[in-house]
Each structure stands twice: as structure tokens, then as C-alpha cells.
Design a protein around this ligand. Structure first.
Ligand SMILES: *Cc1c(COP(=O)(O)O)cnc(C)c1O
Length: 241
């Protein structure tokens, strides 16, 4: 056989390129690259191509929809892989996913926290969670408003089966680089300030921000998890769903 690895695994080249960019960005801003995890965001991507990303070294998958996760779960090569839920999660779907994911990054209501707590109690599991912050206070987006965050954390700290580990955000789409950068620096400041409040049962050690178009900037502002879809798998074909 003379086929090159790239022909067998077209996703590997993109994964290698993104990993190199992460290393370069960390070097440029003096960060330890082991503090930045690369997540492959799998929405609309066939399991075969997700497995190519895994074969190329990706160790973290991000899932947006319970139904899509259930449909693809068995086909994933999961041995060395963690799965995080990153999409808006309806309470009636929690039961279906709690045994399949190690983190829910999209905690956005006390109601949802209560259901995660209830379902995890049945499994004897403590779920790591990130609170999704609506950093641009956009009406169309879910997430907790920054000014409500401390109260919200106080409310969810009562749930013994949840362990809040930090924040996740999808900042507004900005034409202007400086404006985009301000959202990341605001998020980092919020993350540090909240960490300083030392709320019982709440940890602030993970900041999940940065996607295909802006992950380098997010790393410069302290991101610990970059969530990459398009730059790894190409444009999404929603007809696949
Ligand atoms: C789709 C999605 C991403 C990845 O977006 P790309 O721009 O394709 O990298 C990241 N985070 C969340 C929550 C998403 O829904």
C-alpha cells in the first residue's frame, strides 16, 4: 500500500494545523500549551470523520444536540475520548445524555441544574458543568447575563451532584477585531473576579471560549478549551442532520 496518511485521513491535516497554531499562540503569549484543550465540535459531521479527528489525536468532542449525540454515540471510537455537551439543553433530554458526557458546558438555568442534579443522583455521578454566559446580553442567545452570574452561582451551589468548574461563552459576531477582543477580555475578567469571590462548591478553573475564527485571540485571553468545528471539518452541511 502506498496511500499516504493524508489520503486516508483528510481531517488529520486540519487537526495538525490547528494543534500547531495552538502551540504557536501559546508560545507567543507565554502560556503552557497543556492548559489549552482542543475540542472537535461535531454537529452535522458524520461519525467516520469524527473518528478521523480522534485518530489524528483529538481527545475531546463537543455535542450540540441530544438526539444527534444518541444517533452517533455508538459509532464513535470513544476509548480515549471525552464528550462534553455544548448546546442548549432541554430538561427533558438530560436523562438521555448524563451517562454519555463528562461535562455540560451549557448550564444556563437553575431549572436545568435541578434536573441534572436529579438524574446524576440516580447514577451516583457528579457532573462537571460550565455556566454559559450571555456576554453580549443578546436576546436571541441563551446563557446567564453577566450581572446575574454571582446570584446564579449561589443558587446552583446547593446541588450536590453538580460541580461548577468555570464559564463558557459564545460572544456576539463582530466585524471589528477590537470589539471581538473586548468580549474575550471581559469574559476573562469576569472569570477571574468570580473566582475571587470564593463561592462555596463553585470552582473557577476552566474558561471555554474561542471557535474556528477566533481561537487564537481567545487563547491570548486565557481560554482553556477552544471549540473548533469548521476549521477542522469544513463547512457544515445541515442536510446531514
Ligand atoms: C458550532 C459551535 C462551535 C464551533 O463553531 P465553528 O465556528 O464551526 O468552529 C463552538 N461552540 C459552540 C457552542 C457551537 O455550537
Amino acid at each position: 500500500m502506498t496511500t499516504s496518511p493524508c489520503n486516508e485521513n483528510p481531517v488529520a491535516q486540519q487537526v495538525a494545523r490547528i494543534q500547531a497554531e495552538i502551540l504557536e499562540t501559546c508560545a507567543a503569549c507565554g502560556r503552557d500549551p497543556s492548559t489549552v484543550r482542543l475540542m472537535a465540535v461535531t454537529k452535522t459531521v458524520e461519525p467516520e470523520r469524527v473518528n478521523q479527528a480522534i485518530a489524528a489525536g483529538v481527545r475531546l468532542l463537543g455535542e450540540n444536540k441530544a438526539q444527534e449525540l444518541l444517533a452517533k454515540y455508538e459509532a464513535y471510537h470513544k476509548d480515549q475520548v471525552e464528550i462534553h455537551f455544548i448546546g442548549h439543553l432541554q430538561t427533558n433530554k438530560v436523562r438521555q445524555i448524563v451517562d454519555k458526557v463528562t461535562m455540560i458546558q451549557s448550564l444556563d438555568s437553575v431549572h436545568l441544574a435541578a434536573e441534572i442534579d436529579k438524574q446524576c443522583a440516580k447514577l451516583g455521578k457528579v457532573m462537571d458543568c460550565l455556566v454559559e454566559v450571555n456576554v453580549g446580553s443578546e436576546l436571541t442567545k441563551s446563557g446567564v447575563e453577566p450581572q446575574r452570574l454571582v446570584d446564579f452561582l449561589g443558587e446552583v451551589s446547593q446541588f450536590s451532584q453538580l460541580r461548577v468548574r468555570g464559564l463558557m461563552a459564545i460572544p456576539p459576531v463582530c466585524e471589528d477585531e477590537l470589539e471581538a477582543e473586548r468580549y474575550f477580555s471581559d469574559l476573562h475578567k469576569l472569570f477571574v473576579d468570580i473566582g475571587g469571590e470564593k463561592i462555596d462548591n463553585i470552582n473557577m478553573d476552566l474558561l471555554s471560549m474561542g471557535m474556528s475564527g477566533d481561537y487564537r485571540m481567545a487563547i491570548k485571553h486565557g481560554s482553556n478549551i477552544v471549540r473548533i468545528g469548521t476549521a477542522m471539518f469544513g463547512h457544515r452541511n445541515y442536510a446531514n442532520q
